[in-house]
Design a protein around this ligand. Structure first.
Ligand code: PLP
Length: 478
């Protein structure tokens, strides 16, 4: 790590990335390579002698870029975006530049302290109650993903319940509730913490209620399980579900959770970012009834991968569940309990200094620009939605809440909706000019248009609509 070559080589890589961004619209958005394409291009064993950066970047250009799906392309409308920004890059650079491993306070005090400060900043931007903030009675942590946050939260809830029930043999009684729209990561997390898959209760949703979870149905399921000798443990509510952006009624679900003493978690992975806008904050109303909340700044908050905020009202429960005390990590600050050690808030020991990135993103943009960014994506989604609504060959299947539009070509008699729309999607994606994905909600195949990539402008949305119309026309003429 010699400073002069570090500077020169880093500059070369930055120039390479800048060129990539200049040309990003020229690439087919979704990679069209065949499986195994890369092993045909690269040697089958590692080099013995060092190679030049020039040669390596040439291979990145010739071999890696063709195998990329361009998530930062302004014509990327798939999944949920992972929007990057210059500030996010700079934060990542500083994080890798220092390359510290802040598993406990003493291993890099600034890493721990900045993380706590930034979690409070972010919590205040979302107007979370003080029960989630360090300046109040709670606290927060940065994880790499919602899945990790879910595992840790479920472990804390599980251990609290098992303590009250009198031991591990009761684990088969613990029940987790979520809607049939809840992200599958919660099922995985429940399984990982030892809750039998049959104890994961799905609450059915339907188109008539916009795929949001009914608190009455949750109550019925809980009552039924209690009568069967089971113990309701955990309820996961979502703001902005993955398939169609549905919103669960937090306040109503919170009442049920309080009544039956369930741990309520709010998964706002996608739409949490939008709740910084005053006009959208009401989706979080009732959050004071929750035990934990998570959201991913790496989706819609201009923060490069990876970054998930988790807040919890009783951090000691995470620590009770996840703390370890090996001799090798013992130090005075931890022993005197004067500090917090984030290794006890997560699964792994090692951790990245992610807080730098989120701190820089917030500081470089300011709340004003972050709000502008969310509003402009929502306004582009409204524009797209209006295009679809005006064309009577199409349907908006689920009412839009944020910047995700779920639509379809109305099925004609001779072609089923699934076949017609999957062929339409295939025709759009294989053109290389845009990339969208699909979902099946309430048995209906929908095309998802998720607007939110940093470089997307109105002209890209207009071009997307033209492309959809062109491909639909072709299909309908067949
Ligand atoms: N929850 C929701 C609502 C999501 O949309 C996603 C991903 O798209 C996740 C959870 C999973 O997030 P992660 O990939 O950070 O685990």
């Amino acid at each position: 790590l010699e400073p002069t070559s570090f500077t020169n080589e880093s500059k070369a890589v930055i120039d390479f990335i800048a060129d990539y961004y200049k040309n990003i619209e020229e690439y087919p958005v979704q990679s069209g390579v065949e499986p195994g394409y890369l092993s045909a291009k690269l040697p089958d064993s590692a080099p013995y002698c060092p190679e030049s950066l020039e040669d390596i970047l040439k291979d990145v250009n010739d071999c890696i870029i063709p195998g990329l799906t361009h998530w930062q392309s302004p014509n990327f409308f798939a999944y949920f975006q992972a929007n990057a920004s210059t500030a996010g890059f700079l934060g990542e650079m500083l994080c890798s530049g220092f390359n510290v491993v802040g598993f406990n306070w003493i291993s890099s005090p600034a890493a721990t302290e900045l993380e706590s400060i930034v979690l409070d900043w972010m919590g205040k931007l979302l107007k979370l109650p003080s029960s989630f903030l360090f300046s109040g009675t709670g606290g927060g942590v940065l994880h790499g993903s919602t899945c990790e946050a879910a595992v840790c939260t479920l472990a804390a809830a599980r251990d609290k319940a098992l303590k009250e029930l009198g031991g591990w043999e009761n684990i088969t009684k613990l029940m987790v509730y979520a809607s049939d729209q809840t992200h599958f990561t919660f099922q995985k997390a429940a399984k990982l913490v030892g809750i039998p898959p049959s104890n994961f209760r799905f609450i059915e949703t339907s188109l008539s209620t916009g795929f949001s979870m009914s608190s009455d149905q949750v109550r019925l399921a809980i009552e039924h399980d209690i009568k069967s000798g089971l113990v309701p443990l955990f309820l996961c509510a979502t703001i902005g579900t993955t398939a169609c952006g549905a919103i669960d009624p937090i306040a109503e679900l919170g009442q049920v959770a309080r009544e039956y003493k369930l741990w309520l978690h709010i998964d706002a992975a996608y739409a949490g970012s939008a709740c910084i806008c005053p006009e959208l904050r009401h989706f979080l109303d009732g959050v004071e009834l929750a035990n934990s909340v998570s959201m991913n700044p790496h989706k819609w908050f201009l923060t490069n991968m990876d970054c998930c905020c988790l807040w919890i009202t009783e951090p000691r429960l995470l620590v009770d569940s996840l703390s370890t005390d090996p001799e090798i990590l013992r130090n005075k600050a931890s022993e005197f309990k004067a500090v917090l050690d984030y290794k006890d808030w997560q699964v792994a020991l090692s951790r990245r200094f992610r807080a730098l990135k989120l701190w820089i993103v917030i500081r470089r943009h300011g709340l004003a620009n972050l709000v502008y960014h969310i509003r402009s994506d929502i306004s582009m989604a409204e524009r797209f939605e209006a295009f679809v609504a005006k064309d009577d060959r199409f349907d908006i299947v689920v009412p839009r809440k944020f910047a995700l539009v779920c639509f379809r070509l109305k099925p004609k008699q001779e072609l089923e909706g699934l076949e017609l729309n999957s062929r339409l999607l295939e025709a759009i994606n294989s053109s290389g000019r845009a990339f969208m994905t699909h979902a099946v909600v309430g048995g209906i195949y929908v095309i998802r248009c998720a607007i939110g990539t940093t470089m997307t402008e109105e002209r890209h949305v207009d071009a997307l609509w033209k492309l959809i119309q062109e491909k639909a026309q072709g299909l309908l003429m067949e």
